[in-house]
Ligand binder design. Sequence first.
Ligand code: KIV
Ligand code: ZN
Length: 499
Amino acid sequence: MTNQITIFDTTLRDGEQSPGCSMHTPEKVRMALQLERLGVDIIEAGFPIASPGDFQAVEAIAAELKTAKVAALCRAKAVDIEAAGNALKGAAHPVIHTFLASSGIHLQWKLKISPEEAIRQAVEGVKLARTFVEDVEFSAEDASRTDYAYLREMLQACFEAGAKTLNVPDTVGYSLPSEYGEMVAKLVADLPGAVVSVHCHNDLGLAVANSLAAVEAGARQVECTINGIGERAGNASLEEFAMALKVRREALGLDTGINTELLTPTSNHLSTVTGVWPQPNKAIVGRNAFAHEAGIHQHGMLANPLCYEIMTPESVGLSQSMLILGKHSGKHAVEARLKQLGVNLPSGEIMDVTKKVKELADRAKFVYDEDLLAIVEHSAEPRARLVRYQVVAGNNILPTATVEVEVEGHTRSASAVGNGPLDAALQAADAAIGLDLKLLEMHTRAVTAGKDALAEVTVRVEHDGHESLGQAASPDTIEATLKAYISAVAAAREARAAA
Ligand code: KIV
Ligand code: ZN
């Protein structure tokens, strides 16, 4: 049996099912290219039947990727499978991932079909998928809560129908590592020739532990996501799984093709796109994962980092130097730093980013890696823009704001009063744009430490039943909020016009 574990990344499918983590097609394509650079073997790009946007994203990713396989998810239904097959037409290495529930609970209450009928549908689904592509994966949803003899029968039938990879998800994150490992060991013995794959959810915080138990028991594919995002409590975290195999290589004897120095840049990339950052103490990629606070720890670190670090920050792509760029930095320094962070931009865009780095360095003292990534993410040409704003606020006066915006080439301005400076600014923006919008969510994050940190703001707005997301970064929180709000408004207008 090979020592190589296939990494099946589902950040763009299961991960995208996390509240707040939805992405537009261009963002998904950029993320897919980053995942390809990271070295994942298979990228699950979406669920084409779910929406026209998902179909388009799978199609666009399929056209771009050269080395990684591209998978599309579909239920074991003809209409789903046809959509997946069509979306994958341009892929160099397409994979259809079809699924059907196997547990008694799901068959009785959700699908309301007999166990025999479920096997029939699964087999038909696999056969149809094989008419589109060679590489078919079948997932028995809720496998870990399925009667073993039945699970084996269903998987055997799907294998014979042409699915070479058989995935046994712990869909509800219920398994314990010992139980899950035992199930996988039996399947590996009972299904010779098949690749047994695992897909673990994190409801009890055991997704990575279950995935490790599974590979020790013979599973050779692991489904996981960057930052562990995914439905409910998320999926197994790719970075934790890959580093467990690397750091404990002697104990486990298993490898992945992951270029671990790109783990931090990839995690940052995802968070910048979604506006959702991992908790500070998240293993591998959390802001504190390599921070040492206690004096005793600092002393030990200075004596020898091995005292308190089981892996080097560099091995996961974390730069030791926090201070990296300033107002004297030129294009080459910016380009080199971006390359180290896993971002490759055409030279025209690097000039633009360099200009923004200098502007920021003039306002804040330092430009950190996170600032740089935020600048790159927000440097795309805006569809509507904030021209200028002014706010008058204090503890004894009525907060008043004047906002000037440019929408589709027309400049408009308006003033408003509000409950606070931000409320006044957003009300003035509404009046200037001429729309009444509902602000559904707003997250503000200091990208770096310090009073002069860059603030990154993510907002979600609703207009006429259309929801959209906007993001912007600036050392001035009100300016970042207005810019994020205006870009969300522009996206909502576009979505409404397209509908
Ligand atoms: O959690 C799950 O069971 C899934 C399947 C569709 C693979 O996401
Ligand atoms: Zn899942």
